[in-house]
Design a binder for this molecule. Sequence first.
Ligand SMILES: [Zn+2]
Length: 64
Amino acid sequence: MAQLEDKEILIEVCNHCGKDVSRGSGNFANRVPDFNDILTRLDNNLIFPIGDFVCGICDDNSLT
Ligand SMILES: [Zn+2]
């Protein structure tokens, strides 16, 4: 864990609804990583494009 410079920091919120999906939030288990970059998320009209995850509820709704 010495070199963290190249490691991307994940923003642990749902990029659809902005819900906290970090460990202990209650949404951690059902979260799904979103591998799109922020520009792609903006193109998809996501409300919280900085989020690196989709929560279980939004994933079920399959809005993407
Ligand atoms: Zn959500």
